[in-house]
Design a protein around this ligand. Structure first.
Ligand code: AMP
Length: 171
């Protein structure tokens, strides 16, 4: 996946010292790379009877919505607290300092939905693991998780060992 990698910009020490931030804006700005990344994200799941794509705020919305459209299914936003207007289910997870949570509308999934979870990047896996739990809490099944980027050294996969993980670019 050499071509995609050339469009991911590394920003050292953002948003804090020691973090190598992977900036996907050059990738999504380029029409050919945007299309390539979405096609590669969904490729293993064509013919797997995915019935919905869920994506995490905010960069999961970019890739998740396009992935849903290509798969011919709808998109479910998993949002930061207080953003969704209707009744929500929520799931908290630990960060390095403190905690965070994600919310989803309680009627977002139908019983038996087969969900592909999409985000831009898998780091420690806390966000994705909480997202999977949130989807399952509402009675849907997580078929797999797909990421444009995986930071292998953070071993996020270990938190997602129950699930099929698909990533395009590894660091
Ligand atoms: P984690 O819960 O640790 O797997 O973090 C994943 C979430 O944080 C994703 O939604 C990413 O967008 C964001 N994230 C974490 N680390 C980075 C990084 N080095 N560069 C860009 N985004 C990151």
């Amino acid at each position: 996946m050499q071509r995609l990698e050339a469009y991911i910009r590394n920003i050292p020490d953002f948003p804090e010292p020691g973090i190598q931030f992977k900036d996907i804006t050059p990738l999504v700005k380029d029409p050919a790379m945007l299309k390539l990344s979405v096609n590669q994200l969904i490729h293993p799941f064509l013919g797997q009877n995915i019935t919905a794509v869920a994506g995490m705020e905010a960069r999961g919305f970019i890739f998740g919505t396009l992935a849903a459209m290509e798969l011919g299914v709808g998109f479910i936003p998993l949002r930061k607290p207080g953003k969704l207007p209707y009744d929500v289910a929520s799931m908290s997870y630990d960060l390095e300092y403190g905690s965070a949570s994600l919310e989803v509308h309680i009627d977002a999934f139908a019983e038996g939905d087969r969900v592909l979870l999409v985000d831009d990047l898998l780091a420690t896996g806390g966000t994705a693991a909480a997202s999977c739990k949130l989807v399952e809490k509402l009675g849907a099944e997580v078929v797999a998780c797909a990421f444009v980027i995986e930071l292998d050294f953070l071993k996020g996969r270990d938190k997602l060992s129950k699930y099929d993980i698909h990533s395009l670019v590894h660091y």
